[in-house]
Design a protein around this ligand. Structure first.
Ligand SMILES: O=C(O)CCC(=O)C(=O)O
Ligand SMILES: [Fe+2]
Length: 468
């Protein structure tokens, strides 16, 4: 199993930890009992040989020889039996079946933290406000950043680690100074690289490796003029990142607020006549509609419960990808709640559910996100429309954003958003590029319904115009 891409999976680790510690304690008790039994056996064997001695002098006597053979064999069988009683083997099997985070999980989780820092412009001391990392943990996050060529973040984590170094840390000051020097150099800040290199050399004057590096850095320093500030994170960011931070353009937010709200019966659909849905236009072009309260908390709990044991890493068209860090599952329609939701989506949108995909339930992980993409699949029966249900609120982060038009949609439990990915003429609406922002705090659950082209001919008539 993979843990870091699903906060729901991570919370299962509490049970796993409890199980590990309890079974370990039981195992020790059982082994202790076993040792007691073995000590008793030893005593009995010693007693037996004392009470029925065989005189070495008398070994010529066939009866004495027989007795000795018989006794040693009996002792051996007893000892083998008792020592094989050891529960060690059995406990090993229990341990093999335990679900423990892999090394990839630790690196993935660290990578998620770094991604959060990048998007939300956080320093190590900002992101660890409520929960501090110790020197060893911070060193690990720094190494992951370093391996991802994110040298500034790596440097800041190494510095944070150096500051928290104690006598209990496994990480050494030498390791940190070396990495501080290396990451400064990689980032292009030579004075800092020289400073930390010199610090290391003072501490460890026989370190030839750092002498060579220092020589190089000092020579380079005369050739290089630029000296980027490694202590301050740059404010540069893409439209996607700005939107994720909630920095919506004032004009956009005005335009968004001016849009209308109404009750809809899905064009007179009998199933909606007596319980019309609350519909809010979130954006006009592309038309993005929010439907409020279209799924109950109870239905959400049921969907989560059937999904939980089936979740696995969500793929992109390129397979497993760091651009999409969540776990998901397509739910079969044989469940009555799943079928009911599908019917409701068809009623609300007026689109046929025949060529739609099964409902795709997703839970995001540490820094979980889906970077800007089009839902449209490149074929003639592509995803004409997307119906995205929010199954949770998210404390911080996790919005769905449209960078081309500057729209930010905040998750609101029980609501859904809907848009057409294709123009009426069948071409892709390039403004529907969207992303799921990294979850900074909280659990994000969503469910997607992708509706396809075939079957919508009479429901959404196509158009030959090239702008519709
Ligand atoms: O989670 C989100 O907000 C967006 C998800 C999405 O775009 C997708 O799964 O295709
Ligand atoms: Fe999408």
């Amino acid at each position: 199993v993979e843990f870091f891409t699903s906060t729901d999976k991570i919370s299962q680790l509490f049970n796993e930890e409890d199980f590990l510690l309890k079974t370990f304690s039981l195992y020790i008790d059982a082994e202790e009992e076993n040792i007691k039994l073995m000590k008793r056996l030893l005593l009995l064997l010693q007693l037996g040989s004392y009470l029925d001695p065989v005189d070495p002098e008398k070994i010529k006597d066939p009866v004495a020889a027989y007795k000795l053979l018989r006794r040693v064999r009996a002792e051996w069988i007893n000892i083998v039996d008792y020592t094989q009683l050891s529960l060690y083997q059995l406990y090993q099997t229990v341990l093999t079946y335990a679900q423990i985070p892999q090394l990839e999980d630790l690196d993935g989780a660290a990578s998620g933290l770094i991604r959060l820092q990048e998007i939300y412009k956080l320093y190590p001391h900002n992101i660890t406000k409520e929960m501090a990392l110790n020197a060893d943990e911070a060193y690990h996050v720094g190494l992951v950043a370093y391996n991802e060529d994110k040298f500034q973040h790596a440097f800041l984590w190494f510095l944070y680690s150096l500051d928290r170094l104690t006598q209990y840390s496994v990480t050494t000051k030498q390791q940190l100074l070396r990495h501080l020097s290396l990451s400064s150099y990689q980032f292009g800040n030579l004075p800092m690289a020289i400073y930390f290199g010199q610090q290391l050399l003072n501490l460890d004057p026989t370190n030839d490796d750092i002498k060579v590096l220092l020589d190089l850095y000092r020579r380079l320093r005369f050739q290089r003029t630029s000296n980027p500030d490694i202590l301050r994170l740059s404010n540069e960011s893409s439209k996607y990142e700005t939107l994720c931070r909630g920095e919506v353009d004032e004009r956009t937010s005005k335009r968004q607020r001016a849009l209308s709200c109404r009750y809809s019966t899905g064009g007179g659909n009998p199933r909606l006549m007596y319980s019309p849905v609350k519909e809010e236009v979130e954006w006009d072009e592309p038309r993005i509609i929010r439907y409020h309260d279209i799924i109950s908390d109870r239905e959400i709990e049921i969907l989560k419960n059937i999904s939980r044991p089936l979740l696995s890493r969500s793929l992109t068209t390129a397979g497993v990808s760091k651009y999409r860090t969540s776990q998901g599952v397509f739910l079969e329609e044989d469940n009555i709640v799943v079928a009911r939701i599908s019917q409701r989506i068809a009623d609300i949108t007026g689109l046929s559910k025949e060529s739609a995909e099964n409902l795709f339930v997703q839970n995001y992980g540490i820094g979980g996100r889906y970077e800007p993409h089009y839902d449209e699949l490149d074929n003639e029966n592509g995803r004409i429309a997307t119906f995205l249900i929010y199954m949770s609120d998210v404390e911080i982060g996790g919005a769905t954003v449209f960078p081309e038009v500057g729209v930010e949609l905040k998750p609101k439990k029980g609501s859904a958003v809907f848009w057409y990915n294709l123009h009426k003429n069948g071409s892709v609406d390039l403004n529907t590029k969207h992303a799921g922002c990294p979850v900074l705090r909280g659990n994000k659950w969503v469910a997607n319904k992708w509706i396809h082209v075939f079957g919508q001919e009479f429901r959404r008539p196509c158009s030959l115009s090239n702008w519709e």
